[in-house]
Design a protein around this ligand. Sequence first.
Ligand code: NA7
Length: 538
Amino acid sequence: MTDIIVIGAGFAGLYAVHRAASAGLSVLGVEAAPDVGGTWYWNRYPGARCDVESVDYSYSFDESLQRDWTWSERFAAQPEILAYLRHVADRFDLRRHYRFGVDIVGATFDPEDGRWHVRSATGEIYPATFLMCATGCLSAVNRPDIPGFDEFAGEVYFTAAWPREDPSLRGKRVGLIGTGSSGIQVAPIIAAQAQRLTVFQRSANYTIPMPNRPWSPEELRQIQEEYPERRRASAYAAAGTPHGTYHKNAVDTEPRERADALWERWRQGGVLFAKTFPDQNADLAANDIARAFVEERIREIVADPGVAADLTPDDHPIGTKRICTDSGYYDIFNRDNVALVNLRREPIRAITFDGVQTSETHYGCDVLVFATGFDAMTGALTRIDPTGPRGDRLRDCWANGPVTFLGLMVPGLPNLFTISGPGAPSVLANMVLHAEVQVDWAIDLALTARRLGVSEVEPRRDAAVAWTDLVAQAAERTLFPKAASSWYLGANIEGKPRTFMPYAGGFGTYRRHCDDVAGRGYTGLVLTARNAGEGVNR
Ligand code: NA7
């Protein structure tokens, strides 16, 4: 009998399978892809990199793994991250627990046998006591509903499902739709290959150049020496990395000192720019200072003032949509073979058999690349739509926005864990350490349940509502809700309820909440012993 099914073989899923198996639980991993990697399996478009430094965006649970693996660059590229995850799967012999190529499309908790029955697209049913969805925040691909989509006669690629054999774009006219992190990362590489690149931009985003470089042997030696301290500093930090903010608020800092701090972060690169000052994401005046700095850089890099203006966001404070990290994005607009189309001025009317028709012009294309994002945070979960013993369905439970307990559990759906689900810091933190925290919490709970002879664990509705209120309050203390079209808010998907989904109170604070609930014997949960009838309120 399987104790726990883990859906997904990305960072969270692999660790969950390892942790469960090491703790003596019988575990089955299921994964739609033919191998491990999760988001790093699918998002293999050229230029894909993580915007968190490699030495932080890696597991901390095993010191010898940490010691033996050497990252070649500050910001790891997709092939290296995938190689790392394959190494982890080999090292801990994790593939033997997995079935690959299994696409899960449903899950129902049967009150009769007290188990989840997890259903694949081909109709197999897998039963287990616990179900852990390690399905990722950014895995349900958004395929935009543009008229004529199927009429296009040329090649079509999605950055989020890039072919394993990299297609050659040399000498072709390429249209790129979408200018989030993925579009911004892939664009410079396409620009260097294609005969012509047309970038279709619906919303401009802020992007910070990534000063990527190989780690020097000396740096690597020092990182190894300081790893324990680095991990200690990350464990309860706001974003799960050792980096903090400047020691003073932007509004309390003299202009010259402020500029120095911003330059420092600009040179450091990556998402850290979004957190240069402590007040940057809470106070519009502080945010405007950081924003003005980046806008000046855009005008310096992009030669045509009209194009620079179009590349400058006008609908969100900086950092309230995921800040992008690029390698030469703004520079491509100085090339003769690259054009920017501002879809706010000339919206797409249709895709035709040979290009894109906007309200103004027809742009001939041989290839269309869609970097149009994801049904983020909830999409991969509502697609499975777990259904509880009393008929509660996740889609209905979240019809007006996600309600969760610690972003990990949902009332009405016992024994279900949603790793990196809404209501947790997830994408606002280092996803790898975040996965470790949540997986540890969930597996500890499963082990506690087993020890106590408890067959069902479920959050109380009032406890979930209280946590969800806390998530909303944390967001209200920030500028995040002011972004017009962010996927954090579900605003990129038509009909999706607008709620700020991640917990913005900080990774360290979140971890303390998790510690606290476990330390008090799982307050907020109902633990039910199957044959003992009544549940125990905690
Ligand atoms: P994002 O950040 O959601 O970006 C998607 C982009 O696609 C964004 O510019 C969208 O414009 C655009 N988009 C979506 N649908 C359309 C249509 N129909 N027409 C034109 N443009 C469209 O996804 P990414 O994959 O780039 O990045 C996701 C995260 O992965 C990233 O934040 C990192 O954390 C890693 P919009 O802004 O909605 O106007």
